[in-house]
Ligand binder design. Structure first.
Ligand code: CAA
Length: 376
């Protein structure tokens, strides 16, 4: 395994770093007030960032998976909210069509998604089916050339902003996971009702909504794969998506660490900078070590995925460890800032609020342990 990025990956890192300074950092405050970053997403589309690992023939940049993870990692250091918008759009909003779509579906949807003209979303969770995703109750009944979908979805990232929704519903409720099918749903489909915006603890500027399907008619041509393939499509894409969320968590930890480190050097107490006090110096050493360990797990999973090798265990390990690192490091970053860290005058409280959900979405830490245990 090579621990150094190649030339193309370094170029991606530099390009995204420059972009975060020029385009993302200036809008972080506005996103914190709830503004969805439409214009930045459009610019990201123009730069090829909305379809990094997608084949060129479908409008993507056709770069390796590591480059995609670099982009989420770098963006999340500055804006974790933008990190999740990109991760959900690509890993679970676009990839299901790339990997499981018919040629016609790919031609119709992927170029629009990969160039950022469309935004993607993934609709699996329901109010009573979160970790137990196979227990979903949304129904899809075949009616001639259409399916009629009824039900509702919860915690849909990019919901309300997305143009294309990958929707999971049961075509046979008696069959549990084997009765679930996946559909491509366009935002203007009659019967697709955008519900309540969740008032979240963090990740302001990313949208999370409830969705309802009221006798929503979806053409049979928009069935992804075959009837009953849905759960495997969901889990296969979540497996890869979890590397993206792990990279987001890593970015959060590094973002908060950078601020804490700079502050510790400047802040003077008892006549010397607090970084020189061993209590703070040891804290920084532990934070830095956890970040490096998380980085190795994240890029190991990304490396395996890039080489089309099995990565289910490593993806879950990366997400489990990087999300815990994000929570631990952001907590300690506030401690380094002391009372100032508890105010909105410094960014560490934002990273702290953004970190927690990485232990919850795309499979809670407990679910990651179930997956890891199955692989051991
Ligand atoms: N790829 C392909 N197929 C897979 C798979 C994978 N990675 N993992 C399992 N499968 C298959 C299994 O082989 C099985 O098929 P067979 O019966 O033919 O062998 C089928 O899927 C069902 O598997 P299980 O019996 O293991 O399913 P389960 O009901 O016990 O659930 C679980 C397993 C791991 C708990 C799963 O339900 C899970 O991952 N739950 C968490 C759900 C989740 O991550 N939700 C995230 C929502 S999206 C989100 O959060 C996005 C966002 O906003 C950021």
């Amino acid at each position: 395994m090579n621990f150094l990025f190649n030339e193309e990956q370094e170029m991606m890192r530099k390009m995204v770093r420059d972009f975060t300074v020029a385009e993302i950092a200036p809008i972080v405050e506005r996103m914190e007030s709830g503004e969805f970053p439409r214009q930045v997403l459009q610019k990201m589309g123009e730069l090829g960032l909305m379809g990094i690992p997608i084949p060129e023939q479908y409008g993507g940049a056709e770069m390796d998976f590591i480059s995609y993870i670099i982009a989420i990692h770098e963006i999340s250091k500055v804006s974790p909210a933008l990190g999740v918008i990109l991760s959900v759009h690509t890993s679970v909003g676009t990839n299901p069509i790339v990997y499981f779509g018919s040629e016609e579906q790919k031609q119709k949807y992927v170029p629009m998604l990969a160039t950022g003209k469309y935004l993607g979303a993934f609709c699996l969770s329901e109010s009573s089916a979160g970790s137990d995703a196979a227990n979903l109750k949304s129904k899809a009944i075949r009616d001639g050339d259409f399916y009629r979908l009824n039900g509702s979805k919860a915690f849909i990232t990019n919901g309300g902003e997305a143009d294309v929704y990958i929707v999971f519903a049961s075509t046979n409720l008696k069959e549990r996971s084997k009765g679930i099918s996946a559909f491509i749903v366009e935002k203007d489909t009659p019967g697709l009702v955008i519900g309540k915006d969740e008032h979240k603890m963090g990740l302001m500027g990313s949208r999370t909504v409830q969705l309802t399907f009221e006798d929503m008619k979806v053409p049979v041509a928009n069935l992804l794969g075959k009837e009953g393939d849905g759960f495997k499509i969901a889990l296969a894409n979540l497996e890869v998506g979890r590397i993206g969320i792990a990279a987001q968590a890593l970015g959060i930890a590094e973002g908060a660490f950078g601020h804490a480190y700079e502050y510790a050097k400047e802040r003077v107490q008892f006549g010397k900078s607090i970084a020189v006090h061993q209590g703070v110096g040891f804290k920084l050493a532990e934070m830095g070590t956890a970040i490096e360990a998380a980085k190795l797990l994240v890029y190991q999973a990304a490396y395996l995925r890039s080489h089309r090798l099995s990565c289910g265990k490593e993806a879950s390990m990366a997400k489990l460890f990087a999300s815990k690192t994000a929570v631990d490091v952001t907590t300690e970053a506030i401690q380094v800032f002391g009372g100032y860290g508890y105010t909105k005058d410094y960014p560490v409280e934002r990273y702290f609020r953004d970190a927690k959900v990485t232990e919850i979405y795309e499979g809670t830490s407990e679910i990651q342990k179930i997956v890891i245990h199955k692989h051991l």
